[in-house]
Ligand binder design. Structure first.
Ligand code: SF4
Ligand code: SF4
Length: 257
């Protein structure tokens, strides 16, 4: 039997609340756009797969309006028809931009029940006072044949965490500051003479023994540029189903009234 549920979106200036209300509880995915560094981690970690018939699959339940094919002036949007309010995106968000509130309390059930691991993180404060954390290790390499230093300067500004700078006609990166986010590699598609290679090797030191969904979620996070490993076929929603079971919920709850 399906339980009555209601999904709404409430916007208050920079804050968007994606609300999932049931008889017994209310979950709110809270997004603070003013802190968002557009790193794309939320898009990659989300266990939900959205089927698209005529294009390569790489959509989840959260992402930029372009990734989500949703018209919006917000940096990030959520498909409330598909979101299961699991909190995976809030757990990984390097900018502390997303929060999951369950009955008003800030909590992530998947961490509480041991399904998602806690991990070490390196936190620093940006010039604007916002905090950002590095959650994965890896490497980044630039290939720059651009001669115009103004173009190189413009490219280095694409990084929202001030990790890139120009050294002569080269691009330098401070690997301690770089959060390996693919924002610059996506931006490089608009620069003829600049390309970027990013590899995420592993998560920062993981604590405990997480459940099997961890592997599926990690595959997505560590997937190569432009591709989210784990989204392989149009029918693949097994990861989201496993997450639902770990949350003690069934997909029938998702029916809206
Ligand atoms: S709460 Fe879970 S399902 Fe919803 S957007 Fe975040 S990661 Fe995806
Ligand atoms: S240098 Fe690139 S990968 Fe590193 S934080 Fe900046 S935009 Fe992200």
């Amino acid at each position: 039997m399906s339980l009555p549920a209601k999904k709404t979106i409430e916007i208050d200036e920079n804050i968007t609340h994606f609300v999932y209300k049931m008889l017994s509880h209310e979950s709110i995915l809270k997004y603070d756009e003013s802190k968002c560094v557009e790193c794309g981690f939320c898009h990659r970690v989300c266990p939900v797969t959205i089927s698209i018939y005529d294009e390569p699959l790489k959509r989840t339940a959260i992402g930029t309006p372009e990734e989500m094919r949703i018209e919006s002036d917000k940096k990030i949007v959520v498909d409330t028809e598909k979101c299961i309010w699991c909190g995976s995106c809030t757990w990984i968000c390097p900018g502390y931009t997303l929060e999951l509130l369950i009955n008003g309390e800030n909590k992530i059930l998947l961490v509480e029940n041991g399904s998602l691991a806690e991990f070490d993180e390196e936190v620093r404060t940006l010039e604007n006072g916002h905090k950002v954390r590095k959650v994965v290790h890896g490497s980044i390499k630039f290939n720059c044949t651009e001669k115009d230093t103004k173009v190189i300067d413009a490219f280095t500004k694409e990084c929202a965490v001030d990790a890139m700078s120009r050294e002569g006609k080269d691009i330098a990166v401070d690997i301690d500051k770089c959060i390996l986010c693919f924002k610059c590699s996506d931006a490089s598609k608009n620069y003829d003479n600049i390309s970027v290679e990013i590899h995420r090797d592993k998560f920062m030191k993981v604590k405990g023994n997480p459940s099997s969904v961890w592997n599926g979620i990690m595959l997505r996070v560590l997937g190569k540029e432009g591709k989210i490993k784990g989204i392989m076929s149009r029918s693949q929603n097994k990861l989201a189903d496993s997450v639902m079971r770990l949350l003690g919920r069934e997909s029938s709850e998702e029916e809206e009234t």
